[in-house]
Design a protein. Structure first.
Length: 102
């Protein structure tokens, strides 16, 4: 069983390395397509959002308090408030709702 773990880790490392290395070696000139440049520009933000949003809803005992904190953070950040204020207010909203729902 333990020998298989090393094979799995080796395959995972190889795949991860290839995914990162191939674009650097195959695309040597500047990308001129506006669509492709725009797509590649937003990939990190979308990936982070897709990974973070389910965690926001499942991190609390009630998904409703997580959703309320998310909406609070969204509104405050849309209004241009700072990161510290947005995160502290969202955490306070979740904390208060968690106390009220128990």
């Amino acid at each position: 069983m333990s020998g298989n773990v090393y094979i799995y880790i080796l395959v995972m490392a190889l795949v991860t390395y290839l995914v990162r290395m191939l674009p650097l070696t195959l695309i040597r000139r500047t990308i001129k397509s506006n669509f492709l440049r725009s797509f590649l520009h937003y990939v990190p933000y979308v990936t982070l959002s897709v990974m973070t949003f389910p965690a926001i809803l499942s991190a609390t005992s009630s998904p409703w308090s997580g959703l309320a904190g998310f909406i609070t953070a969204l509104v405050l950040s849309y209004k241009g408030k700072g990161l510290i204020l947005v995160s502290l207010t969202a955490c306070a909203v979740v904390f208060i709702l968690e106390l009220a729902l128990v």
